[in-house]
Design a protein around this ligand. Structure first.
Ligand code: AMP
Ligand code: MG
Length: 267
């Protein structure tokens, strides 16, 4: 899974990353989905353990272009986890109250507590992506945010949060097909926003912003993974594998039972 991890100091050029997945896609959808079922069971068990132990905090950040598959990944990768210990936080255009504060204010409030797993559907990275592309703040302001974000995430990590960040990488052709499907299929119409077409026109600018984000904010304590996301089944499989590996590395344990449980008789 190290193949997908951005090493600190790497200079990312996204045209060198195949959104179809290359060789790994050869396992095929059928075998991939079979593997996915196993990983899904593992993830369920690990999340139960995370919740029971109630020591670790887990933060999963998702970023992608429109139609990149953030919603689908959340539905499939986390299928079956206990809603009591898992939460999704979605970040939209800031409200006036959020706008009145620093850009990390709304984000910090949503970070996980002990035993909790939180999935960010978009994140503080919008503040170096859409904000940069649309010049919502001057360059002098957004360009210092990379370091601020690294420091913020380091603080979270030092306080016990495991952070995994996923960029779901699709091609412009794939986006075109997915946008078209949102137009053509009535049950997908609600997802279509004409605003997405304006963003699509700025694809190259977004890629530049994503490349800088990936190159400047993948750290030891909060790595980015670039997930080939043209194939949904492969995207789900790779994300699941990376999350399961990370949770297994946490070495979690169920809390010690009360003493003398073996002698308890229930009348
Ligand atoms: P969606 O996730 O499709 O519901 O769209 C949410 C929209 O909110 C996207 O167009 C994001 O770019 C936008 N958004 C999220 N965070 C920010 C931010 N900090 N500043 C400006 N726009 C944002
Ligand atoms: Mg959208």
């Amino acid at each position: 899974m190290d193949t997908y991890r951005v090493q600190p100091g790497d200079k990312i050029k996204l045209n060198k990353w195949d959104p179809d997945g290359g060789e790994v896609a050869e396992i095929g959808k059928k075998a991939g989905n079979k593997e996915m079922l196993k990983l899904n069971d593992r993830l369920e068990a690990l999340q139960e353990l995370l919740y029971a132990e109630s020591k670790q905090k887990v933060l999963i950040v998702l970023q992608a272009m429109d139609t990149g598959g953030k919603d689908g990944a959340i539905r499939h990768v986390f299928d079956g986890v206990n809603p009591q210990g898992v939460r999704v936080a979605s970040f939209k255009v800031p409200t006036p109250e959020e706008q009145a504060h620093d850009y990390l204010w709304r984000v910090h409030k949503q970070t996980p507590g002990s035993g909790e797993m939180v999935i960010f559907n978009r994140s503080h990275y919008e503040d170096v992506l859409v904000v940069r592309v649309h010049e919502l703040v001057p360059k002098a302001v957004w360009s210092r945010r990379y370091e601020q974000i690294n420091n913020f995430e380091r603080m979270l990590a030092e306080e016990g949060t495991t952070i995994l960040k996923f960029y779901l990488h699709i091609s412009p052709d794939e986006q075109k097909e997915r946008l078209q499907a949102r137009l053509d299929e009535p049950h997908k119409n609600w997802k279509f926003s004409t605003g997405d077409l304006a963003e699509r026109k700025r694809w190259a600018e977004y890629m530049q912003a994503y490349e800088d984000m990936l190159s400047k904010t993948s750290t030891k304590w909060a790595p980015w993974y670039i997930i080939p996301a043209n194939r949904k089944w492969l995207r789900n499989l790779l994300m699941s594998q990376i999350i399961v590996d990370a949770l297994e590395g946490l070495d979690m344990k169920y809390p010690e039972p009360e003493e003398g449980l073996d002698k308890v008789v229930i009348e």
